[in-house]
Write a protein that binds this ligand. Structure first.
Ligand code: UD1
Length: 443
């Protein structure tokens, strides 16, 4: 396993190209298993979760060929339902999408419990199950995972989701695409990745209407055909680099982004005092810090509200903002485990409850060694390490690699002093004065 070594306190500026959206590419890759013809996907991010998904689908008979590091040709002709490899399924949350694909294709599913970021509140799949059951499947939990059976195949149904769950909306869209009849998903998630999945499936001949609204209509079709599709930019990777610009000075220009997906993040950064210009036509956003960040109140909400996946990165900003900030986490229970690690750098909380944190800004942070607790919490640790004078180390980088393509390469190009080493490599004393990276041990 690797660690990142960061010598912080340097102003960052320049241009960073944003990769394709992980949470759009994942369901689209699984959707390719519904298709007996090859599809070509461009702008697929080179992140660990994609690698794991490629591994799962390949073991299940899907042929995947890399045309470039970010373009893939995927042929689902020989996909064999109910043959998923347990070890890989347990690594990512998105492997739950196999249930929708398998049930839609064969009326049967069997998968190990999916993994992904492990938050204190757990991550139930009950809404997925209720949806499949409304479509005629009998779902069961066994000691190690889930099984489901619809001996006569699924049928179209009206499904109401208690919560606007991204995963349940995706899974039910996948299940309904080839299912005879009309399916309606009410209180559906409206995230850009839902719209992207619908666009991809429609390009392949599916009949999905109103994705991006809270009532999605799906008319099942008999089969899909191949297509070429470009994955949209990653709004969370973009938001993270915007927050990094506000933390380290900027200006940093992000290229290949859709500013309309970033509105909630842009609004909150402006409220904190950052300067932002967005250009829809050029697909760029430029962020610089302004004089002094100020405290804000933040509440996570389903899209188009402020994304839960940007919450830890904003905690890092609040750590140095003037005044006391408040975060209310409404989407994912127990998403504050990362705060304990941030505190090692001097981040000050003056109150924490299960779903609320109050952060009092301090003048400066000090370098420290931290261990990533989850993907976005890990990104927040990178941010505080970039702000703190001296050398910090972040372990468990594999969690950050799940969702950030070449994070050290992109940050280095912006002027950061950051390198990756094996966790076994000797550590510099935490907080020691900035060290030339060339004097650190080589891999
Ligand atoms: C997706 C994203 C994740 C993001 C989250 C919220 C992917 C691969 N992951 O996760 O990065 O943080 O959306 O934007 O796209 N819930 C239930 N029952 C269910 C399903 C969900 O109670 O059956 C609850 C969850 O516990 C959570 C909330 O609903 O509290 C939102 O979950 P959901 O939108 O499903 O998130 P994921 O799809 O897991």
């Amino acid at each position: 396993m690797d660690k990142l070594i960061i010598s912080g306190g340097k102003p960052l500026q320049g241009t960073v190209a944003i990769s394709g959206m992980k949470n759009a590419a994942l369901p689209i890759l699984f959707a390719c298993a519904l298709n007996k013809e090859p599809c070509i996907l461009h702008n697929v991010p080179a992140v660990k979760d994609i690698e794991t998904t490629v591994g799962i689908l390949s073991e299940m008979g899907v042929t995947i060929r890399y045309l470039s590091p970010t373009s893939l040709e995927i042929n689902g002709k020989d996909f064999k339902p109910c043959t998923s490899p347990n070890t890989l399924v347990r690594r990512i949350r998105a492997s739950s999408y196999l249930m929708g694909v398998e049930l839609g294709l064969s009326g049967q599913t069997r998968i190990a419990f999916p993994g992904g970021c492990d938050f204190d509140g757990g991550r139930p799949l009950d809404l997925h199950m209720k949806g499949f059951e409304a479509m005629g499947a009998e779902m069961r939990t066994y000691h190690d995972g889930y099984t489901g059976e619809a001996p006569d195949g699924l049928f179209g149904a009206k499904i109401y989701l208690n919560k606007a769950s991204v995963g349940a909306t995706v899974n039910l869209m996948l299940a309904a695409t080839l299912t005879p009849g009309h399916t309606v998903i009410s209180n559906a998630a409206r995230e850009p990745h839902i719209v992207s999945l619908a666009r991809f499936l429609n390009e392949c001949g599916a009949n999905i209407l109103n994705a991006g609204t809270s009532e999605i209509q799906i008319e099942g079709v008999a089969s899909l055909h191949g297509c070429t599709y470009r994955i949209p930019p990653d709004m969370i990777e973009a938001g993270t680099y915007m927050a990094i610009a506000a933390a380290t000075g900027g200006p940093i220009t992000l290229t290949g982004v859709y500013p309309e997906h970033l509105q909630a993040t842009i609004d909150k950064l402006c409220e904190m005092g950052a300067h932002i210009t967005a250009n829809n036509a050029l697909e760029t956003v430029t962020v610089s810090a302004g004089d002094q960040l100020t405290a804000i109140e933040l509440e996570t909400q389903p899209y188009p509200g402020f994304p839960t996946d940007m919450q830890p990165q904003f905690a890092a900003l609040m750590a140095v903002a003037k005044g006391t900030s408040i975060i209310r986490e409404n989407i994912i229970n127990g998403r504050f485990a990362y705060l304990e690690q941030l505190k090692r750098t001097g981040v000050k909380t003056i109150g924490e409850a299960k779903d609320t944190a109050c952060i009092e800004g301090v003048e400066r942070l000090t370098a420290a060694n931290m261990t990533a607790t989850d993907l976005r919490g890990g990104a927040a640790m990178v941010m505080v390490a970039l702000m703190a004078e001296g050398i910090s180390e972040i372990r468990n980088v594999h969690l950050i690699d799940r969702g950030y393509d070449d994070i050290e390469g992109k940050l280095s190009a912006l002027g950061a002093d950051i390198i990756r080493r094996s966790e076994d490599a000797p550590s510099a004393p935490a907080g020691s004065s900035p060290l030339m990276t060339s004097s650190l041990p080589t891999p």
